[in-house]
Design a protein around this ligand. Sequence first.
Ligand SMILES: *Cc1c(COP(=O)(O)O)cnc(C)c1O
Length: 219
Amino acid sequence: MPTMPVNKSNFHSIKTQLAEKQVTLVAVSKTKSVSAIQELYNLGHRDFGENYVQELVDKEALLPKDINWHFIGHLQTNKVKLIAPFVQLIHGVDSLKLLKEINKQAEKNNRVIDCLLQVHIAQEETKFGLNEEELQSLVKELAKLEMKNVRVCGLMGMASFTTDIQKVRKEFEYLKELFDSVPNFEILSMGMSSDYKTAIEEGSTMVRIGSLLFGVREK
Ligand SMILES: *Cc1c(COP(=O)(O)O)cnc(C)c1O
């Protein structure tokens, strides 16, 4: 894995912008080295996000235990058991089947795992997530079930990959409306390196930032 130094000035500047609005920063460390994560950790940062289960499991084993690990990728049901012992927040949940498995694995580990439902807000078809109708019916379904070991506490979304900031803003605005329509939701995870400022203006409570902190990723 490439060992590029962390961009400390971006880190401090982003932290300052977020602190004013009480927005949480998840440092997205996918493909980045353990030493880069350790460097940000040494600056006091604790929330890190990963997309791939095996990579997350490997890094978790090597890094301090007080890191809050966020799983931000597409989680397959058969991999839940690998991260259930330690994961702090699962951002990309988009089915009842997956939630049931998280509940089951959380129970085995005597834990309650926080989850966000992923909503499809971008135009691209490749991005995962629920549409509005599916979201509302899942929320209704959840209210009837008793899943003691998962806590669904908000929404996550990714805007279209475009330089058209007005379009991105509309998508975030839409996600915020959906977020506000569900009682008791606390976390709205939206905004990445290219669009986090717009996301915050539209009501994000948690941003997921990778390349501004760790440099661009190689494919
Ligand atoms: C990679 C990734 C990010 C971070 O992207 P950057 O553009 O590097 O900030 C945020 N969210 C998700 C779901 C990702 O996969």
